[in-house]
Write a protein that binds this ligand. Structure first.
Ligand code: TRP
Ligand code: SF4
Length: 437
């Protein structure tokens, strides 16, 4: 199995993704006021989220960064990412949003002008309407941000064609703009750690799991550009190794100085091995040691990137059953849908109801197989007790699909109407968010 970010494959076997790709199961323990997607297990996996959790618990700075693809319109599936962004913003995270106009051009043949229009009308206005706050938030266009393209280009030096093919399945016929677009995304994710954009700090990228190849590439490159590697070595010691051949002794001495300021005392350095061993440290200290070496790396001209973390949300099913696809309008609720149109889609949606009313009264419905329940779960019902009542009533055969759909359709219609109103008033606030140049 290969994950392809540009195909419309649905990845539903989350356990398998965790096993096969080394994605970690998401553990929300300790997060303050978790948003409903987190409470309800819709964020199923992560890479490196420990770093973010630590920043949250210790009230340290961190960034949440996401990107939008201005090729199709924003739908409820895209909203799941934004809900996480808004949650982290409420915890104090800085927010960056990339408009992936280069990627849309390279992979979907969307012109830059068209991309700009879609980004504003379909995404940015909805982001604001949904409650993204200005201030510590900036939305930028890939094509306009030199630092992003430059960084992608520079870091591209440490990944070769055969690795790119292995990650993305590129072929001889793949156009070169497409080949370069993942590096632009690497630039998106890592440029926020450049000094001009706030310096090295933990960065969270909430995405659908189709984006995992980009995360692997980005984490590999972030790590390849670190000057030190930190590993557990025999007998529960930690070894710090200089990766390149320049300034080896100076780097090791600087590392020792930094770590003794952190309270470590038992060192042994071996210049020939380009190594510094810390004997009063174990593998649980590795992340902290890596972080504390960042300022040293910056002094020596490195980037000192924290490995970016990711969190993966589950996909929504299409309302007609099967996968949600923009090319099947009845299968997906667009945020810009007319409220009555959205409601109609819900009324026609595939439910987990039994073949007859009698049968459903007897053996109950299947909320876990119901696209209407999914709407309630991920979007429409805020209150956990209310949701549980619906679930139980469905299971026990006390709730029938007809009334249930009507209830969901009404809520959705109300939601879309309210959103449209908020979009209207968002229009003159766009400049508070977007950095145009
Ligand atoms: N590739 C993403 C998509 O297809 C869009 C994107 C561009 C992105 N840059 C990003 C996502 C940075 C997360 C982080 O939707
Ligand atoms: Fe779905 Fe509601 Fe029918 Fe249960 S009663 S299967 S939740 S539509």
């Amino acid at each position: 199995m290969k994950i392809d970010p540009w195909s419309s494959t649905q990845y539903e076997d989350y356990a398998r993704l965790i096993d096969e790709f080394g994605i970690q199961p998401f553990d929300s323990t300790g997060l303050p006021n978790p948003c409903k997607l987190i409470r309800r297990g819709a964020i199923f996996g992560h890479r490196g989220f420990e770093l973010i959790k630590k920043a949250i618990l210790n009230r340290k700075r961190y960034v949440i960064l996401t990107g939008l693809m201005p090729s199709g319109n924003m739908h409820l599936g895209n909203k799941m990412v934004l809900d996480q962004v808004i949650y982290h913003q409420s915890l104090g995270a800085e927010v960056f949003v990339a408009v992936a106009d280069i990627e849309a051009y390279a992979t979907r043949n969307v012109s830059f002008e068209e991309a700009r229009k879609i980004a504003i009308e379909s995404y940015i206005l909805n982001y604001i309407a949904l409650g993204l706050m200005p201030g510590n938030c900036e939305i930028y266009f890939q094509s306009k941000r030199e630092a992003v393209k430059d960084l992608g280009y520079s870091l591209g030096k440490k990944v070769n064609w055969s690795e790119m093919k292995a990650i993305y399945g590129f072929e001889d016929s793949t156009n070169m703009a497409h080949v370069f677009s993942p590096l632009v995304q690497v630039g998106d994710i890592l440029h926020v750690q450049l000094e001009r954009y706030g310096g090295p700090r933990p960065t969270l990228v909430p995405v659908g799991v189709d984006q995992d190849p980009h995360m692997r590439l980005t984490r590999n490159l972030a790590s390849a550009y670190r000057l030190f590697s930190v590993k557990e070595v025999a007998e529960e010691n930690v070894g710090i190794f200089v990766k390149g051949d320049e300034n080896v002794e100076e780097l090791l001495d600087a590392a020792q100085k930094t770590l003794s300021e952190k309270g470590h005392e038992d060192f042994e350095s071996n210049y020939a091995y380009k190594a510094l061993y810390i004997k009063d440290a174990g593998k649980d200290d590795i992340t902290d040691i890596e972080a504390s070496l960042i300022p040293t790396e910056l002094t020596f001209g490195g980037y000192g990137f924290y490995l970016p973390s990711s969190s993966y949300n589950m996909f929504m099913s299409g309302l007609t059953g099967g996968k949600m696809s923009s090319s099947v309008p009845e299968s997906v609720i667009m945020l810009n849908d007319e409220p009555s149109v959205g409601a109609k889609k819900v009324m026609n949606a595939k439910t987990g109801g039994a073949i007859s009313l009698d049968e459903q009264k007897k053996s109950g419905g299947k909320p876990e197989d119901c696209t209407v329940y999914e709407l309630l779960l991920y979007h429409l019902v805020e209150d956990d007790d209310e949701l549980k009542d619906i679930y139980d009533a469905c299971k026990s055969g006390d709730r029938m699909c007809g009334e249930c759909k009507k209830y969901a359709a009404q809520m959705l219609e109300e939601f879309l109407r309210d959103l449209a109103k908020k979009r209207k008033s968002a229009r003159n606030r766009i400049d508070d968010y977007v950095v145009w140049e």
